[in-house]
Design a protein. Sequence first.
Length: 336
Amino acid sequence: TIDREFLKALPKCEHHMHLEGALSPALLFQLAAQNNITLPQDDECYANAETLSTRYKGFTSLDDFLGYYYMGMSVLIQSSDFEALAWDYFQHASADGVQHAEVFFDPQAHMSRGVSYKTVLSGFTAASERAETELGMTSMLTTCFLRHLPPKDCLDVFESDDVQASYEAGAVKAIGLDSSELPFPPDMFRDLYARAKAQGLRLTAHAGEEGPSSYISTALDTLHVDRIDHGIRLAEDPELMAKIAARGTLLTVCPLSNVVLRCVDRVEQVPIRKFLDAGVKFSINSDDPAYFGGYILDNYVAVQHAFALSVGDWETICKAAIEGSWCGEERKKEML
Ligand code: HPA
Ligand code: ZN
């Protein structure tokens, strides 16, 4: 039988998680106290970790969640805060059987608060090195750009010295696009993506989470992304689905996120079976585990519960995740 233990033992790669989304209410209050940060007095959810956790169970949309996500980040000040945050995630991921994680962070959300990019990066890098030595888990960092901000701001941050230095040093190897999806179509960011591509960076973008499937085709055709984050609304367009299957583009699906943010009512409505039947490659991921009530294994378990997949289906999913990873071929062979 395919139970939690079976799913835990599968060699997992995670491709869609925001390190800032690993901030648990407990760590949020701890860092707020350490850094003397005042949380909103007029929102009773911030009374304590328990009231905040309860609020997290009642998100009504992506934007409703993002308000809490950005507020939560206000407690992250020191490099050691970013390290603690990422280390918390790596420990959870390793316990869930993740061997390789490609994780996002949002530089603009910190730089706009006066926290330097170097502070953020040094904390995340320290945790990532520790994960490799202590947990045997490899990882890669992706800078995500905030699509609700003007494309010019995104480009300025991309071109700033510290950010460029991190690409040149190989500390960051990819860019992504996140935050409010509507009404910010991917082609607004074509200049940013053209520059990143010219520099040899890997490219991904959130598309087709709340936005229409046309955002997925635009991300492919105008941004030339290698991967699509979420992409669940692809199922509404069979022609595009066939095209993506033929191209072998990986979708990074986040089932529990889709339910919590009300993109679907139930995990059963995430198009897992449709993607498997159409030959669309996808991985299963946690997105913002501390906000959505589960890490990667909880997502695997929820998918199994909803779809009663076979051992062969799980082999297909895990193989696609390993082969679609951005690590070297050697590392892929170790995981296969
Ligand atoms: N979508 C868009 N932006 C985000 C998300 C998401 O699921 N999580 C964190 N930032
Ligand atoms: Zn996401």
